[in-house]
Design a protein around this ligand. Structure first.
Ligand code: ADP
Ligand code: VHF
Length: 259
């Protein structure tokens, strides 16, 4: 399939961006993200969205169900939550006159050979048709050895797979800080290079079941590894108005990771 020369942006949105303090999905936030992707589409910039949120969306419906096994809880919550997320995305993209599609993956799908070829064909086919792929880990079937560290890893693999120009990781802080973002004496680091030693700045995020996976440590590792492949990465606040458009416009937003 012939690949168009349009600019490509991969946007990853974490659970904590999509929820309020009571862990409920906030539809206007989804609307805000879709609005910005629609604006990029008008500018002939292709987007792939990596969206977390299926586990918390399932938990919102099922509450504290009786299943005690953590892995099975995750499977059940995500199986219930993923179609809820997709219903909202589908309706919102439809409101903007756009098409979207669900692409669920496990780590195995990125292995060299036929798995990877299938993934590439799927993404290229969707992008060629002007359809926005919305990816998530296939949490229902992906257990133990086929799991990604988190969706930041999935986002990085997709960015590499489709030859993205940029990866934007949206989270619940304004970027990467030189300590915990809630501490008074910390400040945002605007630019990180692949060789910078930054592990000393990482703090615990203390999140509960379903509230997201991985933490800031794996996020900055993914960001540096992806930047080393010549894909510029941003970590920024997904709740900030126009965050995606401003980053694509080259404004100073969040933390930029460069090679
Ligand atoms: N140096 C740091 N800079 C910014 N955030 C940090 C830092 N160290 C730890 N964190 C924590 O990382 C969290 C974001 O990571 P994570 O929970 O994985 O988000 P997401 O659900 O978006 O993937 C922030 O809420 C913050 O509490
Ligand atoms: N696949 C899971 C999210 C896993 C994950 O990496 O979460 P997050 O750290 O919030 O991006 C879900 O949809 O709930």
């Amino acid at each position: 399939m012939v690949k168009s020369d349009k600019k490509r942006v991969v946007i990853k949105v974490g659970t904590n961006v999509l929820t309020n303090k009571d862990n409920r999905i906030v539809r206007p936030i989804i609307h805000n993200i879709v609005r910005q992707i629609a604006e990029l589409y008008e500018q002939d910039i292709l987007s792939v969205l990596i969206s977390s949120g299926s586990v918390i969306a399932g938990k919102e419906v099922l509450g504290n169900c009786d299943i005690t096994d953590k892995a099975i809880r995750r499977q059940v919550f995500s199986s219930v939550g993923q179609p809820r997320m997709m219903r909202t995305y589908y309706e919102t993209f439809h409101d903007y006159g756009m098409k979207c599609a669900q692409v669920l993956a496990t780590k195995r799908d990125f292995n060299p050979g036929v798995w990877r070829e299938n993934m590439i064909n799927c993404y290229e086919g969707l992008l060629a048709e002007g359809i926005i792929p919305i990816a998530n880990e296939d949490d229902a079937t992906s257990v133990s050895n086929t799991m990604f560290t988190d969706n930041d890893e999935l986002a990085s693999l997709v960015a590499e797979l489709i030859g993205a120009d940029m990866l934007i990781i949206l989270t619940d802080t304004h970027g990467f800080y030189n300590g915990h973002p809630d501490d008074d004496d910390t400040r945002i680091i605007r630019e990180v290079s692949v060789d910078d030693e930054i592990s000393q700045f990482i703090r615990e995020s203390g999140k509960a079941d379903g509230e997201g996976r991985g933490g800031m440590g794996s996020k900055v590792k993914v960001a540096q590894d992806t930047a080393a492949k010549d894909i510029t990465v941003y970590i920024a606040n997904g709740k900030r108005d126009n965050v995606i458009l401003d980053i694509v416009d080259g404004k100073t937003v969040g933390t930029k990771f460069v090679s």
